[in-house]
Design a protein around this ligand. Structure first.
Ligand SMILES: Cc1cc2nc3c(=O)[nH]c(=O)nc-3n(C[C@H](O)[C@H](O)[C@H](O)COP(=O)(O)O)c2cc1C
Length: 176
């Protein structure tokens, strides 16, 4: 599938099939693509924890305060993305430029993971509404959690939505 087409079928899935497990080879393919994602100074300053079974259920609860993210109850896999060590050159660059490269790297990683998930026929949803402390307790982690990504098969009744986005003219300008 062309990337442009893939981008249109990738959507935040909030309706997972609770009875369908994700095959290990699909998880492996997603992780392989994740590992190829570019990052500042090639530092890959993050860590990925793949949560399944009871652990995924506990992580889901940690993302569900104030009635948010109820749909995570049915997601088979929750990928926790936490901060990792920054390479020295990237740390210096971040300080000098005042640009938080690590957060940018984690965003790019998430785009790779969700795009590969779509290519594997899986639904995914990036989750930013999370309780860092609770998740760290559940998975025994000593670094901040930045994002969680839900993965699973979408329910057969889930529909492909039209993308609602800003007009391109409001996002882009050309100078020449
Ligand atoms: C950093 C980030 C955090 C997000 N957090 C949540 C979340 O906690 N719960 C949720 O349902 N969707 C969450 N989303 C999904 C966005 O709402 C979604 O990507 C956006 O509305 C565009 O829709 P689409 O992904 O279906 O194209 C998040 C997306 C990003 C990039």
């Amino acid at each position: 599938m062309k990337f442009n087409e893939l981008s249109k079928i990738r959507q935040s899935c909030r309706n997972y099939d609770p009875d369908r497990e994700v095959e290990q080879e699909k998880i492996d393919a997603i992780l392989e693509t994740a590992c190829i994602a570019p990052s500042a100074c090639n530092g890959q300053p993050y860590h990925i924890t793949v949560c399944q079974g009871e652990t995924a259920k506990k992580v889901a609860v940690a993302c569900q305060s104030f009635g948010m993210n109820k749909f995570l109850d049915n997601a088979k896999i929750l990928i926790v993305i936490s901060e990792g060590k920054m390479v020295t050159i990237s740390k210096i660059g971040s300080k000098a430029s005042q640009i938080d490269y690590r957060s940018i790297d984690i965003g790019i990683l998430s785009a790779y993971i969700t795009s590969e998930a779509a290519d594997q026929g899986l639904g995914s949803c990036i989750i930013g509404w999370l309780n860092d402390k609770k998740i760290r307790e559940v998975i025994d982690l000593d670094k901040p959690v930045r994002l969680v990504i839900a993965l699973g098969y979408a329910n057969p009744n889930d529909v492909l939505r039209n993308k609602k986005r800003k007009d391109l003219n409001d996002l882009v300008r050309f100078r020449g």
